[in-house]
Design a protein. Structure first.
Length: 143
């Protein structure tokens, strides 16, 4: 092999390695920034839940479930199909034979509202309209 060929091969290999490291660095930087933003949003939600006297899951759980953008909650909160499924799963208690309609606690619905308020406030009015159409009750914690 000639010296020019060796030099080109070495330069090409070095360029590939540096390019790969550059791409990896950008990806890691963006993930780190998203993780910080997700933690900040989760911290905000935990504060809102506690201010409303609701129990809050661990911050790490919120980060994994909702991420930066609210995850499935914000992606489907305006969907009629999602709202129908929510009504079915929350109010009909049809997980087993003989399921009966139930009235939900307003605290559960308030938690959902706080998620929407924190992660996708542009959908809050629509979500509040949805809540106004539901029948629920205020419950007392007996503990």
């Amino acid at each position: 092999m000639s010296r020019d060929t060796e030099h080109r091969m070495m330069s090409t290999g070095l360029a590939i390695v540096l390019g790969t490291l550059l791409v990896w660095g950008v990806v890691v930087f963006r993930q780190h920034a998203q993780t910080d933003a997700a933690k900040a949003r989760a911290e905000q939600l935990v504060g809102a839940l506690r201010s409303a006297d609701l129990s809050a899951p661990p911050q790490g759980t919120i980060v994994r479930l909702l991420g930066v953008d609210g995850g499935a909650v914000c992606a489907t909160s305006g969907s009629d199909v999602a709202r129908g499924l929510l009504k079915l799963s929350l109010f009909v208690n049809a997980g087993s034979p003989g399921g009966r309609p139930v009235l939900l606690s307003s605290a559960l619905l308030k938690g959902g509202e706080l998620i929407v308020r924190t992660y996708c406030p542009e959908q809050l009015a629509s979500y509040q309209q949805f809540l106004s159409e539901l029948r629920y009750q205020t419950t007392v914690d007996s503990s």
